[in-house]
Structure formats: C-alpha cells, structure tokens
Design a protein around this ligand. Sequence first.
Ligand SMILES: Nc1ncnc2c1ncn2[C@@H]1O[C@H](COP(=O)(O)OP(=O)(O)O)[C@@H](O)[C@H]1O
Ligand SMILES: [Mg+2]
Length: 329
Amino acid sequence: MRQAETKNLSDLMWVEKYRPIKIDDIVNQKEIVESLKNLMKEPAEMPHLLFTGPAGVGKTTTALCMSRQLLGEDWKRDTLELNASDERGIKMVRERVKKFASVFKIRTNEKDIRKFRIIILDEADEMTSEAQTALRRIIEDSSETTRFVIICNYLSQIIEPIQSRCAIFRFKRIEKEIIENYLKSLCKKEEIKYDDKAISQIFESTNGDLRHSINVLQTASVMGSITHSNVLASLGLSGKSTVNEIIKLAVSGKFNDARIKLLELTAVYGMSEFDFLKYAYESVYSLKLPHPEEFAALIAEYDYRLTHGSHPDIQLTAFLAQLSRIGTK
Ligand SMILES: Nc1ncnc2c1ncn2[C@@H]1O[C@H](COP(=O)(O)OP(=O)(O)O)[C@@H](O)[C@H]1O
Ligand SMILES: [Mg+2]
C-alpha cells in the first residue's frame, strides 16, 4: 500500500493534525489556561469544570489536554468523551460512571490506584432539563471518582444546580491577529503559498472560529495556494451551496456522485449530519421538486433516525438513495 493510502483521517485533516497536545499550546485563552494550570496543581481538590463559549475556540481541545496532563499515560482509558446531544448520552454516562466506580473499589495494587476518571460532556446545552437534572444527580453521586468537564455554547441553557457545582470558564472568540498568525504558520509548515489579504479574508468570514478558519485554509490549499479567489471558493464549498449540489445530484439520479460529495462534506469539511439535513430541507423547497410531501416525510424520517443515534454516514447515504428514488420516478 502506498503511504498516502495508509494515512488516516486525523493526519489528513489539519484541525486534527495540529490540534494542541499540551495546554500551553492553546492560543488566545491565556487567563483560562493559567487558572486551569493552577487548579491542576492540586488534582484532588479540582472542582468540576464548565466550559462555555462559541464554536471552534478550543473548549474540547482544552479538556483533552487536561485529561492527558492529569491522568498521564493511561489518560485515554480513564477519559470518557461524550456528546450530550446524543440520545444515548445520559444513559451512557450513568452506565460508564457506575462501571468506573466499581473498578475503583476493587483496585488491587498500588500501581492501579487511579486518581479519578474524567468525563467530558460536550454539547450539554442540547440536553433537556430532565436529562440535566439526571446528570446533576450523577455528578453528585460520583464526585469521589469522577471529574466532569461540561461543555456548552450557551451557559443560559444549563440548569442552575449544575452551574453552581462547577467552576465556569468563558472561552472567547479568537482574535484577528492570532488567527492570522496561526494560519500563516500552518502555511509555512505545509509549504503552501499565501497572500496576506486572503488570510484576512478567512478571518473576516469565520468570525473568530479557529476550526472553521483552518478548514477553509485547507480547502483553499487543495486548489493550489491561498489566494483571494481560492478562499472565496473554499468558503462557498464548505457550506450550503454544496448541500444544494448534493441534493440536485441525488434527485437527478446521480446517487454515487452525491454520495462522494456528501462524504467529503462531512468527513473533510466537518459539516454535522444535522446541519446537512437542515440545509437539505431548505434546498428541497428552493428546488421546487415535483413531490414535496414525499421529500418532507423523508426528511422527517431521517431527522428522527439521526437523533436516535444510528450511524450518521450510513443514514445520510440511505437518505440520498431514497431521494434518488423519489426524484427519478
Ligand atoms: N484556542 C485554540 N488553540 C489552538 N487550536 C485551536 C484553538 N481553538 C480551536 N483550535 C483548533 O480547532 C480545532 C477545534 O477546536 P475545539 O477544541 O474542538 O473547539 P470547540 O470545542 O471550542 O468547538 C482544534 O482541533 C484545533 O486544531
Ligand atoms: Mg467542541
């Protein structure tokens, strides 16, 4: 097998390839990093943490860096990363916490003494307040063995009893200069030519979201170099217009082309399956297709399937196959 084929997705995507490993490499969040480093000096005293702020500014990465630093070599074994908006979220938390607690009790030798497990609960603001109430109880019952890092975009969506049990950290959008320097240094590492204006253009369009900025940069780089026109094309590619194109391909019966573009959009550009379906919904109506009621039913069905935790890539591919079928009949 050639080298290129053995590479996995995390090497291919710059957001993963360059994701910080150490908390000191997190940019733009100096005060937060300093406070967290202080807290980590006394791990036994460390409170649960609540990270809030916009997308793509380092919340999840910071949580992972902390786990690595606090738990050492076996950090992966003792860290549970959960997406709370997933239906299975709260059940999983309950089961996994229980399981960990029992391991904790039967430890046999000195070496196996684990300080605690870290549970990173992403997108907690997507949880219903019932689920959050259940979570609150889990947090209370497992405090001896588990530290929670709860992550959300909107603090106001987190119930007060959870807020009051955590130390809260507000992550900021990444500043212009920091994003621009970061992108330029990536260009140097990847040996890609850029012009300064194109780099500023990326900042202007991504609103302090470093993940989005890096993805736009990578897409533009595939087109050759980082020029104004490649950046514009890349911005268009990463969003709605591609979904539109995918839907058009699917309803005209070009299922395979649609499927390839879909995988590109979700795997390489990181569009979530829910965003895809939302844009697909808009696109189906703007295309004025002949059987709108069938498309509507289809979208509703897949929306349901996705929230019930089936494998998103498989579900969306099946969705495109169905679109093809309705579109060409
Ligand atoms: N403050 C930051 N410092 C360094 N890299 C960052 C930062 N914020 C985002 N990134 C980059 O963007 C990617 C996504 O960041 P992530 O931590 O998942 O953001 P969030 O959880 O806030 O949405 C990371 O893999 C990293 O490459
Ligand atoms: Mg995140």
